[in-house]
Design a binder for this molecule. Structure first.
Ligand SMILES: *Cc1c(COP(=O)(O)O)cnc(C)c1O
Length: 364
């Protein structure tokens, strides 16, 4: 007998998720280009809704999130009964794993996929298997090869964080066709609002014609990261399971009201997308060189690979950017130690990133 309570072994195997830093070692606050937040803040309409609800803190929220699901349904053309909401899409990923994965089961993710998938798998008692990638892009054949009789969920971020790469609708369909019908395919479309590739689909069409696919989305990357709201679209039988499992008031009322206003503010979302595309193009164009291999991105960040050469490493670049008051995301925990992930910020911040890295390159 132990002298204290001991958590299950699969929980103790979890490497706690480390969010991007926001302060320098000396405690100075920095412009945060490490968390893929909105550089234009939140929709003014969402802020107004938030302020209005500040007077109603004593009330329980609508546990069914009716108005929010209706708004998402209106804007995206979806049946609100097949939409579920959660405290960030993180909560949705956790609950899906709890519902469909148990001890001895497996999930599959891509090698450089989002690091929350192994956490939610372990939390449910399962094991997450990583399928190798080619050129920092998910590989459908490798994902299918990683499936075993124990597989319960395949998690795919499309487009992916931290690589920025995506799979086309044809590749997603081929992945889905190769999966047994009892395996759940979770398409995590956290960055769907930023994609402009013509051959991309977030997953709505596939959810509509399959019984084993859900598409997850989030408000975090479009201005509401602090409020923790995510949603998913799936078949009715999965919504039924989700609604049994979730906390009865899992998304607070202020977050529901602000998210409802935000999703209806399609002009703000369009403005954010246009700003992002312009700055992302600029960053990729200016950084693309032998010294800084910058990967094409469909997201609100770019991944840049640095040389393994003194003075030009990712750590050197990280420190120089920090001296200029900018903090970007180091990639050790993703197994990409030579890379930095740089969130798209304001125009002034992007110019400072470009200038700093060019100076570093010139001094070589
Ligand atoms: C940011 C992110 C999420 C989760 O966001 P929430 O803030 O929990 O809604 C999910 N998936 C990917 C790939 C992300 O980058």
């Amino acid at each position: 007998m132990s002298d204290k309570p001991i958590a299950r072994a699969s929980i103790l195997d979890i490497a706690a998720y480390k969010p991007g830093k926001s302060k320098s070692p000396s405690g100075q606050s920095l412009a945060k280009l490490s968390a893929n937040e909105s550089p234009l803040g939140a929709s003014p309409k969402a802020m107004e809704a938030y302020r209005y609800y500040a007077d109603r803190l004593a009330e329980y929220p609508d546990g069914g999130a009716t108005a929010l699901r209706q708004a998402i349904g209106d804007v995206h053309g979806l049946d609100p009964d097949r939409i579920g909401v959660g405290a960030g899409s993180d909560e949705i990923l956790h609950l899906l794993a709890q519902a469909y994965v148990g001890p001895g089961d497996e999930t599959v993710m891509s090698q450089y996929g989002f690091l929350v998938y192994p956490i939610v798998t372990n939390a449910a008692g399962g094991t997450c298997i990583k399928a190798p990638e080619t050129e920092l892009k998910a590989d459908v054949d490798a994902l299918l090869d990683a499936v075993t009789e124990k597989t319960k969920i395949v998690f795919l971020a499309n487009p992916n964080n931290p690589t920025g790469s995506y799979l086309s609708v044809d590749e997603i369909n081929r992945l889905h066709q190769g999966l047994r019908s009892d395996i759940l395919l979770v398409l995590d479309a956290a960055y769907a609002e930023y994609v402009d590739a013509a051959d991309y689909q977030a997953g709505i069409e596939l959810v509509d014609r399959a019984q084993n696919v859900v598409m997850t989305r989030t408000f975090s990357k479009i201005g509401l990261a602090n409020l923790r709201v995510g949603w998913f679209y799936g078949p009715a039988h999965i919504l039924d399971v989700y609604n049994r499992l979730r906390g009865p008031f899992n998304v607070n009322g202020i977050a529901q009201a602000a998210a409802e206003a935000a999703v209806r503010d399609v002009d703000f979302t369009a403005e954010l997308k246009a700003h992002n595309a312009k700055m992302r193009d600029l960053l990729v164009r200016e950084l693309q060189s032998n010294r800084f291999k910058t990967y094409p991105s469909q997201c609100n960040f770019v991944l840049t690979e640095f040389a393994d050469e003194r003075g030009f490493t990712a750590a050197d670049a990280f420190n120089l950017l920090m001296e200029k008051g900018l903090i970007v995301r180091e990639m050790h925990s993703y197994g990409l130690p030579n890379c930095l992930r740089i969130s798209i910020g304001t125009e002034a911040q992007m110019k400072l990133v470009i200038q700093t890295l060019q100076e570093m390159s010139d001094h070589g």
